[in-house]
Write a protein that binds this ligand. Structure first.
Ligand SMILES: Cc1cc2nc3c(=O)[nH]c(=O)nc-3n(C[C@H](O)[C@H](O)[C@H](O)COP(=O)(O)O)c2cc1C
Length: 362
């Protein structure tokens, strides 16, 4: 599948997830295979333009994650175009626009899913961005704002005409948030109607569901073209099972999905801790793609900084564990133990015991 001139080796994509899909997590998922594209957590266009360190950090990525899409949010066409230029300057392959976030903090600023309520304005944002950069501009939207306004089909066409190179639809409305189920028939209909690739997102927690969604066709009454759903973004399913994209790729290739042992699951967590712990430490020049001119927070060397960095790693693990432990025998006890671990040493011990795995060296 191709988005503009960017070739994806697989149609399976890690969905953007704020607070979760940081560069370390994306690297680990990518290493397990099956992943054709990674998308960063959403990044504020305002923060990018103003050069705010925390914002710039969210957009950072490493070479092994390529192709990389940086997702930005905002509602001002000029600022979004300027932010797209910063993203292009960072060397990203794609810039994606968040038109799906239902959280009031974002949507009340005329950004995220509230852009779906003003299709003309949304198109002007895409138009300004597409004129400002050479890399493909893509859009991630929902089915609509609410059940009375399921306007993804019209908006998708508008943003295509404004210069978008691909569209992803999470088939729920903003009002639904995460309740109910994603409407994949809607995704399939839009895919038939548009000339650009249309990807879908929502409710894939088993590899079989990913493959089934990719092959989904619209209800028989809908006029058919040869275009189907071009790709599937997997969100919560990857947090539960980082091998899910590799397993979907196995199935799509006609092989049985690879089996993952408990020890491998434990190893993933230990590696994640290690990568997070070493973020920015001993990294070779050029390892990390940062915004031109970005200043960096100090490396964790002093005692206080090491402690606060450790605390950050512990909090990251707690956040991941709330998804990762779902469906595991004894998952709720594991969550309790991880939530009460107060040092990285304790955290590693809990993981080593639960998954019967040896640490690779702390
Ligand atoms: C914790 C979390 C954070 C999310 N953050 C973003 C985000 O930053 N940008 C975005 O476009 N979607 C975001 N989403 C939505 C996902 O990308 C995805 O579309 C949605 O979760 C449905 O797919 P799933 O059922 O595979 O999780 C987020 C979802 C979750 C669960």
């Amino acid at each position: 599948m191709k988005i503009g001139s960017v070739q994806l080796a697989s149609p399976f994509v890690i969905a953007p997830m704020a607070g979760m899909t940081d560069t370390a997590f994306r690297r680990l998922v990518k290493r397990h295979g099956g992943c054709g594209l990674v998308v960063t957590e959403m990044v504020s266009s305002e923060g990018l333009v103003r050069g705010i360190d925390r914002t710039l950090e969210y957009a950072e990525y490493t070479e092994e994650e390529r192709p990389v899409s940086i997702q930005i949010f905002g509602g001002d066409p000029e600022k979004m175009a300027a932010a797209a230029q910063i993203v292009e300057g960072m060397g990203a392959d794609i810039v994606d626009v968040n038109m799906g976030c239902p959280v009031p903090k974002i949507s009340k600023h005329n950004a995220g899913c509230s852009l779906m309520r003003e299709p003309e304005h949304a198109a002007s944002v895409i138009n300004a961005m597409a004129k400002a950069v050479k890399i493909p501009v893509t859009v991630k939207m929902r089915a609509g704002w609410n059940d009375n306004a399921r306007n993804a089909p019209e908006l998708a066409r508008r943003v295509q005409d404004a210069g978008a190179a691909a569209v992803t639809i999470h088939g729920r409305t903003a009002e639904q948030s995460y309740t109910g189920s994603a409407d994949w028939d809607l995704v399939a209909r839009v895919a038939e109607d548009l000339e650009i690739p249309v990807l879908g997102s929502g409710d894939c927690v088993e590899p079989e569901q990913i493959v089934e969604k990719l092959l989904r066709t619209p209800a028989p009454a809908h006029p058919r073209t040869s275009r189907g759903i071009a790709g599937v973004l997997v969100g919560r399913g990857v947090l539960r099972n980082p091998w899910i994209l590799a397993q979907a790729a196995d199935l799509a290739a006609g092989r049985p999905a690879r089996q993952v042992t408990m020890a491998e699951r434990g190893q993933f967590l230990l590696e994640y801790i290690e990568l997070l712990q070493n973020e920015r430490v001993h990294e070779e020049k050029g390892f990390r793609h940062v915004a031109p001119g970005a200043s960096h927070p100090p490396r964790p060397t002093s005692h206080d900084l090491v402690r606060s960095h450790d605390r950050w790693v512990i909090n990251k693990l707690r956040a991941l564990m709330s998804w990762y432990s779902k469906g595991l025998d004894g998952g709720s006890q594991l969550r309790v133990r991880v939530n009460s671990a107060n040092s990285l040493e304790q955290l590693r011990d809990v993981i080593e015991q639960f998954f019967s795995v040896e640490s690779v060296g702390a």
